[in-house]
Write a protein that binds this ligand. Structure first.
Ligand code: SAM
Length: 294
């Protein structure tokens, strides 16, 4: 990655922030996936940011018209990265990146759930026989973090129950939208981004941009994925890109994509060796995220 974009990726994923805490959740998911510090603005990680970089480079090199849009932008980090890519590759500085979200952070537990969660974890650790608790930990990991079910990890998580403090991990601002706007200013990108607050079904129909060169979907669910595809996908011109973050993470999300493509008579294939033709070729970014060129 170019030095400016590399630095942006490090900053937005929170990798430069030494105040990031070492705790249960960040160990489970890796430092990029939760919000271990207030400077972590995206959970998508380095590899998926690189895909954004590749798409924007292609868009600008081939003069494909349009903005970048992320539906489901959380703390706005991937949108800032899109804007930085535009700034880097498209010297004219007049393309913008749009982020849509409810900006209503619900990742935190209130004090009651926080205390209850911690008591439950500590009780499991201290009151039940280790083999039973280990089995419970193993099945929780298998369900939510299948890549870390080796015996060593299970043991680490088992021991973490004794000092469980998962709900204090995240840094929650009082007003998420203001926080996201303030971050855009700190990065000097406030003129290059636009954040739209509300449900996709309310914000996207009146989107004031006709052409979307890069559409990134990251909202997990069938309904929200469908809303975004219905309102935004037809605005992607030939040569533009679509990225679906949760395609192989949630079966519902994949089903929403297939249903939309079939319903609108768009041909697609997951066979990456296929040369395309009329079909879009859905390509893997990693085990969950996919992208394709329209
Ligand atoms: C997994 S997070 C997105 C992560 C983000 N792309 C990043 O870079 O870290 C999913 C986001 O989708 C938003 N969301 C889900 N359904 C939505 C809807 N129907 N309308 C607006 N936002 C929605 C949630 O508020 C949440 O912030």
């Amino acid at each position: 990655m170019e030095p400016y974009l590399d630095l942006m990726a490090r900053a937005l994923t929170g990798s430069l922030d030494t105040s990031a805490c070492d705790n249960f959740m960040t160990r489970v998911t890796g430092p990029e996936l939760q919000r271990p510090s207030a400077s972590t603005r995206t959970m998508i990680g380095r590899r998926r940011l690189e895909t954004i970089n590749d798409c924007v480079r292609s868009i600008t090199t081939n003069n494909v018209n349009g903005i970048c849009l992320e539906a489901g932008c959380w703390f706005g980090g991937a949108v800032l990265f899109m804007a930085a890519c535009f700034r880097h590759y498209d010297g004219s500085n007049n393309r913008i990146a749009v982020g849509c979200d409810l900006f209503r952070h619900e990742g935190s537990a209130g004090p009651v759930r926080q205390v209850a969660g911690n008591i439950l974890a500590k009780s499991l650790y201290h009151l039940l026989p280790k083999p039973i608790v280990m089995r419970m930990v193993r099945s929780v990991l298998l369900r939510f973090f299948p890549s870390v079910t080796d015996e060593e990890s299970v043991e680490v998580f088992y021991n973490k129950l004794a000092v469980f403090d998962v709900w204090s991990v995240e840094y929650i601002p009082a007003n998420m939208y203001d926080d996201v706007m303030a971050a855009a200013k700190r990065y000097g990108l406030e003129d290059n981004v636009c954040y739209l607050k509300g449900y996709f079904s309310d914000t996207l129909p009146s989107l004031p941009y006709d052409t979307i060169a890069l559409l990134r979907l990251d909202s997990d669910f069938y309904e929200s994925t469908t809303d975004v595809l219905e309102h935004a996908y037809p605005r992607i011109p030939s040569g533009g890109f679509c990225i679906v973050d949760d395609y192989n993470g949630y079966a519902e999300c994949r089903r929403a994509v297939h249903d939309y493509m079939d319903r609108t008579n768009r041909e697609w294939t997951e066979d990456e060796t296929c040369s395309g033709g009329n079909k879009v070729v859905i390509k893997r970014v990693d085990e969950e995220c996919v992208y394709w060129q329209v």
